[in-house]
Ligand binder design. Structure first.
Ligand code: FE2
Length: 264
C-alpha cells in the first residue's frame, strides 16, 4: 500500500477530429497515447489521472469519444476539466462514466481535489473565474475544513513573463485572495501555458505542466513554439499535507513540429 495518493496530471492534448490529423505538423493523438504509455510503463499505478483542459482542439463528439476510450483503457479514475478550446457541455456529456468524468470535487485520503472551470464566455483564449466558481471553492473548503486542498484549473494565475500572460485568469487577484485566506490550500495546478511553472507563494505551490503535444517557448514576448519533448506532471499527496511533484518528459524531441510564429 502506498503512503501517498499519486496523481498523473496530463494537459493540453489538443486532440483533432481525425486520429491522423496534425496541428502545427504534430500528430497530437500519437503523443497523447505515447504519454500515457510512458507514464504507466514507468510508474505502473496512479490513484487518479487529472486532465487540466484543452483536451480537444476543435471540439467534436469524435474527439471526445476517442479520448474517453483511451482514458477508460487506463482503468484508473480520471477527472477532466475544460480549457479554452473545449466545449464543456459536450465534454460533460461524453466524458461521463464511472471512471472518466468531469466531477468538480473529489475526496482523496486527507485531501480534496477542487476542479474549476476558467472558461471565459465568448470563445476567447484568456480565462476568468466566475463568481459562482469562486464561491464553489469556498463552499468546498468550508464543507471539508479538515482536508488539505489541491485546486486544478486550466488557466494560470501567476505570470509566466511571456506571451501567455495576456491569456491568464483575468481576475486572478480574486483567486489569490481566496488562496491566501484558506491555509488548507496546499497547491494549485494548471495547464494552458504549455511549459513548466513551479512557484511557491506563502505556503502554496503553484504548478503548471507541459503539454502532451507541443510546448510554448518560455519568456518569449510573441507566440513561439519549441521542440522540447512532450511531458506530464506527477503529484504525490501525503496525509500530513505535504506534496511532492515532478515533471517527466518523453525521451527525444518532438517530431513533425512546423515552427509558426502566427499562432495555431
Ligand atoms: Fe493548450
Amino acid at each position: 500500500m502506498t503512503a501517498y495518493t499519486s496523481i498523473l496530471q496530463i494537459t493540453d492534448m489538443h486532440i483533432l477530429p481525425g486520429p491522423d490529423d496534425t496541428l502545427l505538423g504534430v500528430n497530437t493523438e500519437h503523443y497523447f497515447h505515447a504519454i500515457l504509455e510512458h507514464a504507466f510503463a514507468n510508474y505502473q499505478h496512479f490513484d487518479l489521472i487529472l486532465v487540466t483542459g484543452d483536451l480537444a482542439q476543435d471540439p467534436c463528439p469524435a474527439s471526445y469519444l476517442r479520448i474517453l476510450n483511451r482514458l477508460e483503457a487506463c482503468n484508473t479514475p480520471c477527472i477532466c476539466l475544460p480549457g479554452n478550446h473545449d466545449d464543456y457541455d459536450l465534454m460533460q456529456q461524453i466524458l461521463n462514466t464511472r471512471l472518466v468524468n468531469c466531477r468538480k470535487q473529489i475526496s482523496m485520503e486527507n485531501w480534496q481535489l477542487i476542479c474549476l472551470n476558467s472558461q471565459k464566455p465568448g470563445d476567447v483564449p484568456e480565462g476568468r473565474l466566475s463568481q459562482q466558481e469562486l464561491l464553489f471553492i469556498e463552499d468546498c473548503l468550508i464543507s471539508k475544513p479538515d482536508r488539505h486542498a489541491l485546486i486544478a484549473v486550466h488557466h494560470h494565475c501567476l505570470k509566466t513573463n511571456g506571451f501567455m500572460d495576456t491569456m491568464m485568469i483575468e481576475n486572478s487577484q480574486d483567486f489569490l485572495a481566496i488562496i491566501n485566506k484558506y491555509p488548507q490550500i496546499k497547491a494549485v495546478t494548471t495547464g494552458h501555458i504549455h511549459q513548466v511553472m513551479d512557484i511557491t507563494i506563502g505556503t502554496v505551490r503553484v504548478l503548471g505542466a507541459p503539454s502532451t503535444c507541443f510546448q510554448f517557448k518560455p519568456e518569449s514576448e510573441t507566440f513561439s513554439v519549441e521542440t522540447a519533448a512532450p511531458g506530464y506532471r506527477l503529484i504525490r499527496l501525503y496525509a500530513d499535507g505535504r506534496l511532492e511533484s515532478e515533471i517527466i518528459r518523453l525521451p527525444g524531441q518532438l517530431k513533425g513540429l512546423q515552427i509558426n510564429n502566427q499562432g495555431y
